[in-house]
Design a binder for this molecule. Structure first.
Ligand code: PLP
Length: 399
């Protein structure tokens, strides 16, 4: 341990819910007091409208989770059993699981180093290998927009439907256009650790009214217009609760403030680490404005100490002047701060061991970023002083 640094008394989290002095409670209480305690009500109407206004989509449907929104997006796109779907590879499993719910077969696409997101060149190569593929699911990792115009151009060239997983990137823009508006069907999430939260929740975004009507029907058990419970299609219980919507309604006015806080955190790390052999998770500062959901770092190749990861365990050998994600994460934990490894690429996951993976070069970019990168504590409520301590702790790992 570093002689003058004591562990944090209260844990410093990766990214925990940030509430605002009863503003959320006001709407939750309104739902309670007026007895709109189900999946209909003013809170739901309000946040659907706010989402359309803020994001610039025509329609937004509030659902129980981002995963549910992705599932219905996959259904809308028309993915059928055996259909290949090109998916982001370095992402949370929720990006790709819904493809499998519908019997689709994810084909994983490697990332590029500029944004850590799906590489348009690798996507083009995938279409050359599997020209009949009609679906692409792209995630904007850690709040940094993918090269979405290039990706969309490739999709258009091959007549494929683009679905955006903007679960991590609410409020982030590319060429001043919000993520969540580039695909045909898109999803956002209000999960507890996202930039704003309802404790849980998600939304499907689209400009297609027919799709909206389908999603509203499917998400409430697919009832037909009849005097009894009549069913012609498979249904789901995926609509958002008006109570959860109340929390989101209270959070929405703070979205820009949360982004500003996260940006400060990112910039403080960048400045604090300027003498270390590392880089921060990158973005194109001419084209994109991230929402800075998580600050991440990548250790230079020649500053990596030896690190070994099996399917369930990690070990490392500490070395002077060098470090590795395992050392940094374990050290942060000793001081009661929470970091996280980079999302382990889907093509490295045992469950997807038989799925195809498309990369441009011999070495997979994603395997390299997973090996050398990590997510730093990025909680809105972390104080400047606490962050300075974290910077010291990380610097010390390289001593
Ligand atoms: C959080 C997340 C989701 C899923 O959202 P839930 O609301 O938790 O279901 C999907 N994709 C990515 C990339 C996420 O980070």
């Amino acid at each position: 341990m570093i002689s003058n640094i004591k562990p944090f008394e209260k844990k410093v989290w990766l990214s925990s819910p940030t509430m605002h002095d009863g503003e959320e409670m006001k709407y939750v209480k309104e739902a309670y007091d007026t007895n709109w305690m189900s999946c209909i009500g003013e809170n739901i109407n309000s946040i659907e409208k706010t989402t359309c206004e803020k994001i610039g989509c025509k329609y937004a449907v509030a659902l129980s989770t981002g995963t549910a929104a992705l599932h219905l997006a996959i259904k809308l796109a028309g993915v059928k059993r055996g259909d290949k779907v090109f998916c982001s590879d370095m992402t949370f499993a929720a990006t790709v699981n819904p493809v499998v719910y519908e019997g689709g077969v994810p084909v994983f696409i490697d990332s590029e180093y500029d944004t850590w997101n799906m590489d348009p060149k690798a996507l083009e190569k995938a279409f050359e290998l599997y020209p009949d593929t009609k679906f692409v699911v792209v995630a904007h990792l850690y709040g940094v927009p993918a090269k979405i115009n290039e990706i969309k151009a490739v999709c258009d060239k091959y007549n494929a439907i683009l679905i955006e997983d903007a679960a991590e990137s609410l409020g982030a823009t590319y060429n001043n256009i919000m993520t969540g508006t580039f695909g045909k069907y898109n999803c956002i999430s209000f999960n507890g650790n996202k930039i704003i939260t309802g404790s849980s929740g998600g939304m499907l975004l689209t400009d297609d009214l027919e799709a909206v009507n389908k999603v509203k029907k499917w998400s409430t058990q697919s009832r037909e217009n009849a005097p009894w419970y009549q069913h012609e299609e498979l249904g789901y219980n995926y609509r958002m609760s008006n109570v959860v919507a109340g929390v989101i309604r209270g959070q929405y006015p703070h979205l820009e403030e949360h982004i500003a806080q996260k940006k400060e955190i990112y910039e403080r790390y960048k400045e604090g680490f300027k003498d270390l052999p590392i880089t921060m998770n990158p973005f194109d500062d001419k084209k994109s404005k991230p929402n800075y959901w998580l600050s991440c770092m990548l250790i230079n190749k020649d500053a990596m100490c030896k690190q070994q990861r099996s399917n369930t365990e990690a070990t490392y050998v500490s070395e002077q002047g060098k470090s590795c994600p395992t050392e940094i994460l374990e050290t942060l934990l000793k001081y009661n701060a929470e970091g996280r490894p980079i999302w382990k690429p889907m093509h490295m996951q045992p469950i997807f061991k038989d799925n195809a993976f498309v990369k441009v070069e011999n070495n997979a970019v994603n395997e390299d970023i997973f090996e050398r990168g990590l997510c730093l504590p990025s909680d809105n409520k972390m104080t400047k002083e606490q962050q300075e301590v974290i910077i010291e702790i990380v610097k010390n790992c390289f001593k």
